[in-house]
Design a protein around this ligand. Sequence first.
Ligand code: SF4
Ligand code: SF4
Ligand code: SF4
Ligand code: FES
Length: 400
Amino acid sequence: MIKIRINNIEMEAAAGETILSLARRAGISIPTLCHMDGVEHYTSCMVCMVRDNATNSYLPSCTALVSEGMDIDTSGEELVSIRKKAVELLLSEHRAECEAPCRVVCPAGYNIPLMNRLLASGEYDKASELVMSELDSRELRCLSCRGYCENACRRKKIDRQLSIRNIRIFIYQNLNLQEKQDQSAGVQEQPAELQDQSAGVQEQPAELQDQSAGLQEQPAELQDQSAGLPGNTGLKRTFSSRTGRIGEDELKEWLKECKGAEKRFENITDFHSAGEEAKNCMHCDCRASEDCRLRDLAQELGIRDRGRKVINAPLTKKINHRTGLIFEHAKCIKCGLCVRVCKDKKEEPGLCFINRGFESLISEPLTAEFDDILTTQADLCISVCPTGALSYFTGHNKTR
Ligand code: SF4
Ligand code: SF4
Ligand code: SF4
Ligand code: FES
């Protein structure tokens, strides 16, 4: 057995054990991004660095093996600074937004893109549950809000903002109507105004129908997207990745998610019009926003992304129309875990590295179409991906 000290704890380890594994046995947590138990990895992110005081050297704990006499430190200012630099380097080419502009400026932090995804995929009950779960003391803030979300909506740059307020108000009124119906059912006849099921919901009051009247300029403190999340939104997370300037061609990449959206609805009177309007959402957020190891680590290290990207990774979206898999190159940290999974599981054609050095990218093989890859291992690739680079088109956000 090998004798080793880790954070001043004397331990014994078998030859061939990594420092990371030893640390975990000792109950010590070390951050990782490109490492996944059971998957051979490429040692690329360097956020797992530790210090060996015996040799005065820094080692990636996920790969470095224990050796006799090591005196390992896993924390301290110097290591935090190294990890911070490693994450900042990854973020320097991470042209991606954790949260959509509509949600960033919403004073209640309502998850608008997720609601739109659920509506667009016909999951009306789940969309209603989401809206219900976000209510503050049973009140919908949209009723008294000036519509900052619509003012910030990226779709406006293409044609017209999404009817976010009217969608939410329709869902809210529909929920209230259902509740009233449930209460009165079996006790007495429903009042006439509640009997019209085909309408699904009551007419919105006139003052709520006029979208344009409700939309006003955002206050100055909400306009500066580059400053990060404004302090008065309902969002709890402090770290949010930013894209930097978005080119016109790049905007069109987001439109790829609006396939099948034919009609726009300003007034929302039923779930059909809500769903059709929601199909025009460009899904500017990241589906991994609640489950991203890169975001978690950046937040833990107190990093702020100011949107200045060193390497201008083009914003592209590849969509596999057979499986609904989406790959976003600018969110990929090139850890290679998905490539390893494809190799281990003999998935052909799967994902692979193409090009070399700074130009290297994750891609379908040059001889295959994106529509033809990952027919069996897409779920596993999404779950090992430490970011939102791989996700599904459907209504659900990523959860491991
Ligand atoms: S991959 Fe992670 S850090 Fe990047 S945009 Fe998505 S949630 Fe944010
Ligand atoms: S297009 Fe959708 S996700 Fe993007 S800002 Fe508008 S409502 Fe939000
Ligand atoms: S797609 Fe995800 S798993 Fe694959 S290399 Fe990029 S970040 Fe890693
Ligand atoms: S987790 Fe060790 S190098 Fe990425």
